[in-house]
Design a protein around this ligand. Structure first.
Ligand code: IVH
Length: 668
């Protein structure tokens, strides 16, 4: 393909993919399958790599996140980001209405919006291009989190159409949708990592992460709710937001205009109930005077505007009886206490259970069996116990004492210093932990064994056909085919799936073993560096922590894993069955020691390779990727648009600065 042709194709693909992103992430109305989307993206990536002269940082292919941020730059807000004054009752809203009416002569309208419960963000656009994203900070200045925000697919990098002002600011809320949040927590649970408490804190924590690639993997979303600038199309806030929808922003469809405070109250009443059906967290309704002219006339106090108020939803609360506390054992052995309650109606659903999270919570509440407790549904989906009515307690009531032995296998529980949770340490003999290990082994991201899922694993385990992953490889067709819900066909599928797992790459096998803290990325790093299972088995704590990205916690876990006789036997068994226990020939052949002992930092964007590819090449050739410049850095590989602070620091420390070509020459 000649250059001119390629350019046309690249531009067309970018436009088409942005259009699909908009339909999927903003309108929630996709018109193409995920597969077709991926194919088009791959085509674009291939062309962009071949024709780097048409590089564009706003290409949809660049939303994967790059460049680590050590410290966020502080940005002073052009207009301070104020907060809203709150109202908790109808009376307070009527007072607000009276105040406004005293200050405004003539007719005006109110706009009602949902109050999204996430992290505030300010975005600035120049000539239709996202220029900067800043957190609220202290209201006067915030952190520049542009690199992270660029990975959020519902935020346009380039605006649609041409009706937008040349320069303007738009503010909104970054949210972690409940579905994506639950999925993230499930994954963390599988890896034995602590789960996050709620979507709001996780959204703001994610925004401040130093690695945009992790942010990109987290599926954040954003709703925008106010526009600021000199040349806005309308005087009405509502009309401007509707217009901004056409520029590609995600604006809530639930915004409504009203003439009277009575209608406002009805809107609140409706959302007080319906908010539980929304995909993201909300904690109230914001009421605003629509005309920007009137808003300016009304002005603001030091803290909040006079033209708006937030009505905060009451956390729905009910009282009921605590019948008993039961203890669940998770896949990693973590114990979760759960309160069984006398069923009670709360926010439209019957509540029978509440999570108690850990022993401290039980102790702080001072719970006794039979207590009258208050349950609330706040931002979280699972209700929680917020208090106890001690006056109603029976004199003979027994206090809840946290169990000391595992309810599944009777092993003494342990609680590590600094951790909130109790664990059952009997990894090898505790049924939910055994089943959890097998389920992880067969899961999609691990060996992805066709035909096997959680239910089938449970069934095979209950029937005594498997008691660990080795059992999978000795299963016979006749044993499976006779089980309930299975038959000849399923049995064949499972056996073929198991056979195919023998050709899965070593990094998948290593991940499938379920070593605590060894996720997909760590498994890949270990395989690239140490090549085969024998080297990994005998690697010492020190050798492991020498490897880039392997910290003490991971290293200790790997050492612990391979010091167990049972684990060593399992690995030998799997090796004997033919599973891959070393890096593929192709990957191995490309390895050299040419960069041995060198600490290399890369910065900017490159012509021939992506940043990830360059990092991979450095690792493959024995070098170490580092993320910040210090005296120990051997080279800075500078690409285009390299940050000036990095160059300055390298010059100051006398670190050699080389180009992509120089690096390639070193590898020749
Ligand atoms: S308007 C003067 N509208 O609530 C502030 N804010 O306490 C004008 N929020 O930091 C903000 N949903 O992040 C507005 N529909 C909405 C909102 C909203 C959530 C947040 C916002 C702000 C906080 C105000």
């Amino acid at each position: 393909m000649v250059s001119e042709e390629a350019k046309i194709k690249i531009l067309a693909l970018r436009e088409e993919l942005e259009e699909h992103n908009y339909k999927y992430y903003v309108l929630s109305k996709p018109t193409i399958s995920d597969y077709d989307f991926d194919m088009k993206m791959k085509e674009l990536e291939k062309l962009e790599k071949k024709f780097p002269e048409f590089d564009d940082p706003n290409s949809p292919s660049k939303r994967v996140g790059s460049d680590l941020t050590k410290e966020f730059m502080q940005v002073v807000h052009e207009r301070p980001m104020l907060s809203l004054s709150n109202a908790y009752s109808k009376e307070e809203l009527l007072d607000f209405d009276t105040r406004i009416k005293k200050l405004i002569e003539g007719d005006f309208t109110y706009v009602c919006e949902l109050k999204f419960d996430g992290a505030s963000i300010s975005l600035t656009y120049k000539d239709g291009i996202l220029e900067r994203a800043t957190t609220r900070g202290d209201g006067q200045q915030g952190d520049d989190v542009t690199a992270n925000v660029r990975t959020i697919k519902s935020i346009p990098l380039k605006l649609r159409g041409d009706g937008y002002p040349r320069s303007f600011e738009i503010r909104g809320e970054i949210l972690f949708p409940f579905d994506a949040f639950d999925e993230l927590n499930r994954e963390r649970e599988q890896l034995g990592e602590p789960v996050f408490a709620n979507p709001r804190n996780t959204a703001s924590g994610t925004l401040k992460m130093q690695d945009p690639a992790i942010v990109a993997s987290r599926k954040l979303d954003a709703y925008l709710f106010s526009i600021h600038g000199d040349n806005l199309p309308f005087d009405g806030h509502f009309e401007n937001l509707q217009e901004a929808k056409g520029w590609g922003f995600k604006i809530s469809d639930e915004i409504q205009q009203f003439q009277s405070i009575e209608e406002v109250l009805q809107y609140i009443e409706k959302w007080d109930k319906e908010r539980f059906n929304l995909p993201v967290a909300t904690d109230g309704v914001v009421i605003k005077v629509n005309s920007i002219n009137l808003q300016n006339n009304l002005g603001a106090t030091a803290k909040s505007p006079r033209w708006a108020i937030a009505y905060k939803f009451k956390a729905e609360s009910a009282s009921t009886i605590l019948q008993e506390v039961i203890y669940q054992v998770g896949r990693t052995g973590a114990i979760t206490p759960v309160a069984n309650l006398k069923p009670v109606l709360l926010a439209g659903t019957t509540v029978k259970r509440a999570s108690l999270h850990n022993a401290d919570i039980i102790q702080n509440l001072g719970l006794h069996i039979g207590d009258t407790v208050y349950v609330e549904k706040g931002g979280e989906i699972i209700p929680k116990i917020t208090g106890v009515d001690k006056d109603k307690r029976d004199v003979l009531a027994r206090p809840v004492v946290f169990i000391s032995k595992c309810p599944e296998c009777n092993t003494q529980l342990v609680r590590e210093e600094g951790e909130a949770a109790h664990y059952c340490p009997n990894e090898e003999g505790c049924p939910p932990q055994i089943k959890g290990k097998i389920e992880h082994f067969i899961s999609r991201k691990a060996l992805d064994i066709d035909g096997l899922g959680q239910e089938t694993v449970d069934l095979l385990f209950e029937e005594g056909l498997i008691s660990d992953v080795t059992g999978l490889y000795t299963l016979k067709k006749e044993q499976i085919a006779v089980l309930e819900r299975l038959g000849d066909k399923s049995a064949e599928r499972i056996l073929t799936g198991l056979e195919q797992s023998k050709s899965a790459p070593f990094e998948k096998v290593l991940f499938a073993l379920g070593i605590r803290f060894v996720g997909e990325t760590v498994a890949k790093t270990l395989v690239t560096k140490l090549v085969n299972i024998e080297n990994i088995k005998k690697a010492s704590f020190e050798e492991l922590t020498e490897i880039n990205d392997i910290g003490g916690r991971i290293a200790q876990s790997v050492v612990d894993y391979f010091s167990s006789e049972k684990n060593l036997q399992l690995v030998d068994f799997l090796k004997g069955k033919g599973l891959q226990m070393e890096i593929s020939k192709e990957k191995l052949e490309n390895r050299t020691e040419k960069l041995k002992g060198l600490n290399i930092i890369i910065s900017g964007t490159f012509q021939q390779f992506s940043r990830e590819e360059i990092k991979g090449l450095i690792e493959q050739n024995g070098g170490k990727n580092v993320s910040s410049i210090s005296k120990k850095t051997s080279y800075l590989v500078a690409g285009e648009k390299i940050g000036p602070s990095k160059l300055e620091k390298a010059n100051k420390l006398g670190i050699p600065i080389i180009s992509e070509d120089d690096l390639m020459n070193m590898l020749k």
